[in-house]
Design a protein around this ligand. Structure first.
Ligand code: ADP
Length: 297
């Protein structure tokens, strides 16, 4: 199973180059698409989901059995194998989950009513919504709405599942539950998780691409991105009054306030000070460091 994106570019009518020669290969499992706001993540997602056209480039999907699908040309074929949870997923507030999911299943082409009933039941169960299936969606919490979003995206058992910024605004418990659900689904699908929450990607995605200003600035294994930073990330405590001078002198990649005190992560090949602590690097260290290096050039 392979989704191959080659040399994809898109400039919007207002002159913004949202995608600038993007090439990526995605396989089965969870793939993290990381990047700051405005990087081009949603533009890329929407293009894969056949909701907008690029100016140039190609996307093909190969499931290993049937002839490959030309994603940009065979839109109907793509829609049969793709589920999408957009960033702004609106629900009809006065309809209950079971009714809406049933309705969406009809639109998806599941015409046999017994089969549809079963599908709806299974999806509500999978997304842990069975006990609230008769409740109006307007009364759902953020996490419940997102899980409903996944239920609708899973109609037709897609091989590719795209989720755009799904955990923004969820409380920690709901976020965990949501991420576990995605992880459970990733055995037999390509799941693209687009987010600016780096932690979500580190926890869940074996592979990651970092996008900035419409370009892929890293694509590879999440573990390799983290390994690249090993032995080079130092934690230091800085007095507020010294912070400005410190920033000028050191390669600070992130700053964090803990109980009113400022702690920094510094990138350096060598120990920056005797009292500095070498930390186990995270994907976040890699992310901030890469973006900093790129923005400096
Ligand atoms: P991300 O999802 O990473 O935040 P987007 O793909 O939404 O990035 O946006 C990439 C860039 O394209 C941004 O500068 C954004 O303002 C611009 N953009 C997005 N959609 C449109 C559009 N429909 N028309 C014009 N500009 C757009």
């Amino acid at each position: 199973m392979e989704l191959i994106i080659q040399n994809l570019s898109k400039t919007y009518g207002n002159g913004v180059k949202a995608l600038n020669d993007i090439s990526l290969t995605l396989n089965r499992g969870m793939f993290g698409l990381l990047g700051p706001n405005g990087a081009g993540k949603s533009s890329l997602m929407r293009t894969i989901a056949t909701l907008q056209e690029p100016d140039s480039g190609s996307i093909t999907f190969n499931d290993g059995f049937n002839p490959p699908i030309d994603v940009l040309k065979q839109k109907d074929e793509v829609r049969k194998v793709l589920g999408y949870l957009p960033q702004e997923f609106g629900v009809y507030p006065k309809i209950d989950a079971e009714t809406l999911l049933n309705h969406l299943a009809v639109l998806k082409g599941i015409t046999d009513s017994a089969k549809r009933k079963k599908t709806v039941e299974v999806l509500l169960e999978k997304t842990n919504l069975t006990n609230v299936k008769n409740k109006n969606l307007g009364g759902y919490s953020g996490g419940m709405k997102q899980r409903f979003g996944i239920a609708q995206a899973l109609l037709g058992n897609p091989q590719i599942l795209i989720v755009d910024e799904p955990t923004a605004g969820l409380d920690p418990e709901e976020r965990n539950r949501f991420l576990n659900l995605l992880s459970d689904l990733s055995n037999d699908k390509i799941i693209i998780l687009s987010t600016h929450i780096v932690e979500d990607v580190q926890e869940l995605c074996p592979n990651v691409a970092l996008v900035n200003k419409g370009q892929v600035v890293f694509a590879g294994k999440t573990s390799e991105a983290v390994d690249e930073m090993r032995g080079k990330v130092w934690k230091d405590h800085v007095k507020k009054t010294n912070l400005e001078t410190y920033r000028e002198a050191m390669n600070v990649i992130s700053e964090r306030m803990v109980a009113g005190e400022t702690y920094v992560h510094v990138f350096d090949n060598e120990r920056i000070a005797p009292h500095a602590i070498e930390v186990e690097p995270s994907l976040e260290d890699f992310y901030f460091h890469r973006l900093k290096v790129i923005n400096q050039n």
